[in-house]
Design a binder for this molecule. Sequence first.
Ligand SMILES: C[S@@+](CC[C@H](N)C(=O)[O-])C[C@H]1O[C@@H](n2cnc3c(N)ncnc32)[C@H](O)[C@@H]1O
Length: 238
Amino acid sequence: MNNTNDVNNPLWDGESLDSLAKLASARFEWHWEDTAIAGEMRRLAVASDPEGMLIDACERQDAGEEGVIDPFWATTWRAASGLDHYLNNLVLQDLQVLELGCGTGHAGLAAACRGAHVVFTDGVTDPLILVKMSIWQLRNQCQVRQLRFGIDQLDGQQFPLILGSDITYLRNLWPELNRCLHDHLCAGGQILLSDPYRIIANEFREWIQNHGWVYQEHKIDMQDDPTHPIRVMQLTKN
Ligand SMILES: C[S@@+](CC[C@H](N)C(=O)[O-])C[C@H]1O[C@@H](n2cnc3c(N)ncnc32)[C@H](O)[C@@H]1O
């Protein structure tokens, strides 16, 4: 069976880099970008005009179109790089890892490069096409699925490590995100959420501690801009 158009296909049946590239090109402009991931330069498939896509989405929303989703996935955020740095402290070989709101998948790819088995997820399917291309060499240890916070669940699957880079930026997503975290973390597991010290994430830090989590925080100094470190929030079950 040819599942070329099914981004939720975890088995990669009938897909090739070429068919994925064609699928992505039919949706938006994209290119390969050399990116430092897990300490080496690797190729990440990224959207070519994230700003233009955001403006387009805003214009369509302003024109009254319903169901238009902000394409925040189209940028690879610095928080992903900070989380990548933090992962260097962990032993990830053969660990089952879930990435939520993966966007272009930098954080999950950083885990996969360190030997983890990673399920990459996002609420929208466009970025998942790019993720499938970026992880092509590691596809035997990776799955790619659509997962909308609070709506979808991965068939009773639970993980010892859940990653999320820059996914705490909207207050109205927190209850659904919290439910998703409780649903998918296994006993004794941990969650790592990174952000660039956003003010809204300070508020999230207080909120999440009242929802069944033990909170610890780590500061990651970044070489690209030492004045703007990245925060990694570590959550474990009460
Ligand atoms: C700021 S972007 C971060 C992307 C990526 N993690 C990174 O750091 O580059 C937020 C991501 O969360 C995803 N997202 C937003 N709302 C979501 C929801 N309700 N369920 C799942 N993913 C969602 C977006 O599609 C986007 O990919």
